[in-house]
Design a binder for this molecule. Sequence first.
Ligand code: V47
Length: 397
Amino acid sequence: MPVTLDPARLADPALRPIADKVLATRRLDADDARALYATHDLLGLGMLADFANDRKNGDRVFFSANQHINPTNVCILRNTCVFCSFARMPKEEGNYTRSLEEVFAEAEAARNSPTREFHIVGGLHPKLRLSYYTDMIRGLKERHPHVHIKALTAVEIAHLARIEKCTIREVLVAMKEAGLTSLPGGGAEVFSTAVRATIAERKLTGEEWLAVHREAHQLGIPTNCTMLYGHVETADDRIEHLAALRGLQDETGGFLTYIPLAYHPDNNELGEDLGRVGSATTAYEDLKNIAIGRLFLDNIPHVKTHWPMVTPFLSQVALSFGCDDVEGTVVFERIYHDAGAKTDLGMHYLDLVNLIRGARKRPVERNSLYEVVRDSFDDLAAGVELAGAGAPSVHAA
Ligand code: V47
């Protein structure tokens, strides 16, 4: 049954003119976004986002059978990205760098499993060259030809260009030739210069992050986008960030999905400075950011809830607050667990299907390009292992 929206039923009168715009498919402006951040009518906000999502995606909710792989946690920004708990200096205790053979061995988990995507992100290693990554992508494609590769954030791409003394375009072309499908959306954090000066002083600027994604889109490489919220940023910083993402999407149409990332404060300098250790974002804040992302980013087709960060329970609720996509099976999550996430490291395929069904939505397994891999799950029973071998049958979403 399609979701309906009656502006008169909204408790906060400030939401009613916004509801009129949403009904008329008119774009929200910064003042509207300010009103959405200011409202305490969480359910009203959720109704707006649910309506906007339903109009785009109906009751379908996408998920992927994916495996996260983090080849190294060595990162030259370790001491300046103060929100990150994953990074280590080259000689610091706990640092690791996988050989290609180790990466291939880890990826063997994808054999005889439904996995259709490797999600590969790591640190800015001072010595790993572009060939390490292109050989990795080629080797993974040889071993698992039907698995898509979503690899390296804009920050890692720019770092490789610096190390190789070449252009960002040349790095992207080499990765595409090796078999890259898409780029993940990490590294965006919040674009505001003031916020970046506090949480990620030496990281790529917002403009530079956008330039890498623009270049990828121009080369036909689709990408994701993110916003890291719940630290020192203001509502205006968030709105400016979302407006920049929407602006690039108007230009290129290359973003597939937006993922709001909830800041986790454990085991990092920022969490200690803010006195927030053990106290991540609230469910209220998570749902608000999800819903506002859906409403403001009217040109990005999908909004994904990252269950390792916000829990599978809240992710299920997020499906009625504007999300049409749930992070996948993951297999082994490191970045948020280093920062205090208490969720499981991965999720079984059937549990994902049931999470979506439990929210009265229709699960659709997708690949990295949002092509449908599977949309009928009636023959699945608890404990059934899905065979993933062979070329998948895929049709456009
Ligand atoms: O850029 C790091 C975030 C990102 C913390 O494209 C933290 O589908 C919270 O790229 N608390 C990397 N967040 C992860 C990433 C990603 C994640 C999920 C989906 C996709 C996708 C991409 O992780 C970083 C940063 O924003 N991060 N530390 C922390 N303490």
